[in-house]
Design a protein around this ligand. Structure first.
Ligand code: COA
Ligand code: AMP
Length: 634
């Protein structure tokens, strides 16, 4: 079995395995070894090697005579435009923007925040930062000013790169006022802002502080890629944790390049001739790894899509793009296909397009529920692969290894561990769980290359949050089981993270926002199942004594508060007033228990509960509101 051989080579001799895989990369200086231990099971990858990720993604291909090959296709139904860049053209744009950043004083190690819609300049800005060793931090456009401000204060960027507006379906959303507000809210003040003026809505620029992208480009000169240590950070990407403070996942250059390049071969089976389309957003890890860096490092063609699966203009959008650009491999979130199925249950629009170029369809971001799996498999007629990963890992932990050896598909499972990831299911005491039984999913250290190196400016949080719960393991925060054939089934998060339409959000953060409302004494936010978005957050709120407020009015105030503080992407639409919340005798809200009620799971009421009747009450309220249909405490 090719897969088994590859997997055991990666597990048994990781030094030799990864040093071999690193040979596929055009290093400036070849690393002497794959990894060396730092502490507590964490490792540094390819120390002593030097490279530049922008060079790998662009110069390397141009120098190999592939300058005329299409690197990036920008497909934008919302502006009705399509623009392609060859590798030479993209290199020209990136090296000039790198020159512009340098002119503004950005140097190696400086941070640059990129808050942009899905336009090519977002990818250009990322690659330009990589070119000069600046560390980019891309912030998803659906976050509100406050979220951007939190990231500005944590990353302390020298420059912010943005655009005058984003376009969401038919809505034109001004970005500039939001960026201004964020800078206003933040303690750290960036030195300037570079803005792409879009025709749909121009922004007013402040002389001396704001710089027009196009003007800056026309007056800047290209610069070469600088030589960087393999361990130098490439980017910081914030992701939701259990509190209001997001975690800045730090990714290195060397491990990242080797891992992504390997994943395109081993998992996605991508060659240089292929067109790869990850229908995600540059604000998420999928966008970093598989819209920008991965396909370009590989020398393939990547599609950057500014649109939705439905409504831009219809539920045939995915099929249209596949046909138009002869996409070979598509990567999207299950929620996107649930949206398509809802509008076009019989996939009638699919018959209008020729999607014969499509070889494989990968899904991630949330569990691929069997019903969506069967629908997509039947309609599309190509292998549909569920694969599991996280912002922290940067590439898939489990997948059907299509480039090594396609395995059978088991609906509900994200297949087998990727070579390099030693995936184990543990009991709460840290012992190995029995085959087929549910437990915490952990990865035995060391993690393979490409995974997070730390949390930006907070190594303690990295150690505490990921490496201390089970000694010698990285805790994924997911639970699930492994079956007799070694197939991994991910069942859900064990913490306060939920997944809404493929977007990772923190319920803890939403609770902090609700608690800031003057009428609220206590609250709990949990994710409830949703047939379209997978999960949706709902707030259970307890009013302060003596507060008399109309419930509908309160709900609308809370919805606005979350929208203004976190952003529309939170999709927070429901807040329910309850008389009490289940708590321990020491006063801690039993969130896990509430989550179980909402998920219709069998419940074991813990002996530490203060008021057992509160569980039935919560259940009743949720049932009345149509949020829970069954579940009885035992
Ligand atoms: N900038 C500004 N606002 C944004 C945004 C962005 N980049 N992305 C989303 N929003 C807004 C939306 O406009 C919407 O606002 P509204 O409440 O005013 O309507 C809100 O955030 C929620 O957005 P979303 O969750 O995307 O819902 P939707 O109804 O617009 O679309 C789906 C539903 C399923 C079609 C869409 O969520 C989708 O395509 N999801 C796939 C996500 C994905 O690719 N994830 C990456 C993992 S691979
Ligand atoms: P993110 O960091 O945004 O990629 O979200 C990571 C989380 O999304 C994981 O910890 C899982 O809870 C969930 N997730 C991602 N992909 C899958 C999958 N294929 N199956 C189940 N859960 C998934």
């Amino acid at each position: 079995m090719l897969y088994k051989k590859e997997y055991s080579a990666a597990t048994q001799s990781p030094q030799a395995f990864w040093l071999e895989k690193a040979k596929a990369i055009d290093w400036f200086k070849t690393p002497p070894s794959a990894f060396n231990n730092i502490s507590g099971g964490t490792v540094e990858w390819f120390k002593g090697g030097t490279l530049n990720t922008s060079y790998l993604a662009l110069d390397h291909h141009v120098q190999s005579g592939k300058g005329d090959k299409t690197a990036l296709i920008y497909e934008s139904p919302v502006t009705q435009s399509t623009v392609s860049f060859t590798y030479s053209e993209l290199l020209g744009e990136v090296s000039t923007f790198a020159g512009a950043l340098s002119r503004l004083g950005v140097t190696k190690g400086d941070r640059v925040i990129i808050y942009m819609p899905m336009i090519p300049q977002a990818a250009i800005a990322m690659l330009a930062c990589a070119r000069i060793g600046a560390i980019h931090s891309v912030v998803f456009g659906g976050f509100a000013a406050n979220e951007l401000a939190v990231r500005i204060d944590d990353a302390t960027p020298k420059i912010i790169v943005t655009a005058s507006c984003g376009i969401e379906g038919k809505k034109v959303l001004p970005y500039k006022p939001l960026v201004d507000e964020a800078i206003n809210l933040a303690t750290h003040k960036p030195q300037g802002c570079i803005l792409v003026q879009r025709e749909q809505l121009k922004a007013r620029l402040e002389t001396g502080y704001d710089h027009d992208w196009h003007y800056l480009m026309s007056s800047s000169s290209p610069v070469e890629a600088v030589e960087l240590d393999a361990t130098h950070p490439l980017y910081v990407l914030y992701t939701s944790g259990t509190t209001g403070k997001p975690k800045g996942v730090v990714r290195d250059n060397g491990g990242h390049a080797v891992a992504l390049n390997y994943s395109l071969d081993a998992i996605y089976g991508i060659s240089e001739e292929d067109v790869f389309w990850a229908a995600s957003d540059v604000g998420w890890v999928v966008g970093h790894s598989y819209i920008v860096y991965g396909p370009l490092i590989k020398g393939a063609t990547t599609v950057m899509y500014e649109g939705k699966p439905v409504g831009t203009p219809d539920a045939g959008a995915f099929w249209r793009v596949v046909q138009k650009h002869k996409v070979n491999v598509l990567f999207a979130a299950p929620t996107a296909f649930r949206a398509i199925r809802k509008e076009d249950p019989n996939a009638l629009l699919l018959s209008e397009y020729d999607i014969s170029s499509l070889r494989t369809l990968f899904m991630a971001g949330e569990r691929l529920d069997p019903s969506t799996y069967y629908w997509v498999s039947e309609k599309v007629g190509v292998p549909v692969i569920d694969h599991w990963w996280q912002t922290e890992t940067g590439w898939p932990i489990c997948s059907n290894p299509m480039g090594i050896q396609p395995l059978q598909t088991k609906p509900g499972s994200s297949s087998v561990p990727t070579p390099g990831f030693n995936v184990q299911v543990l009991k709460s005491n840290g012992e190995q769980q029995d085959v087929g039984k549910k437990g915490a999913i952990a990865i035995k250290l060391p993690l393979p290359p490409g995974c997070l190196q730390s949390i930006w400016q907070d190594n303690d949080r990295f150690i505490q949050g990921y490496l201390t719960e089970y000694e010698g393991y990285y805790s994924t925060g997911d639970d699930g089981f492994i079956d007799n054939d070694g197939f991994v089934f991910i069942m859900g998060r064990t913490d306060d993270v939920i997944n809404v339409a493929g977007h990772r959000l923190s319920t803890g953060e939403m609770e902090e926002v609700l608690a800031s409302h003057p009428a609220i004494a206590e609250c709990s936010v949990i994710g409830v199942n949703d047939t379209l978005k997978g999960q949706l957050p709902i707030g259970l709120v307890l009013l302060k004594d003596g507060v008399d407020i109309d419930e509908t009015q309160l709900e609308s105030e809370l919805v606005s508060l979350v929208r203004e503080t976190i952003g529309p992407v939170a999709s927070f639409k429901r807040a329910i007033v309850v008389n009490r919340l289940p708590k321990t005798r020491s006063g801690k809200i039993l969130r896990k228990l509430i989550r179980q009620v909402a998920a219709n799971e069998d419940i074991t009421v813990p002996s530490t509960i203060d008021d057992p009747a509160s569980v039935a009450e919560i259940q009743q309220v949720m049932m009345q509101k149509g949020l829970v249909t069954k579940a009885e405490p035992q």
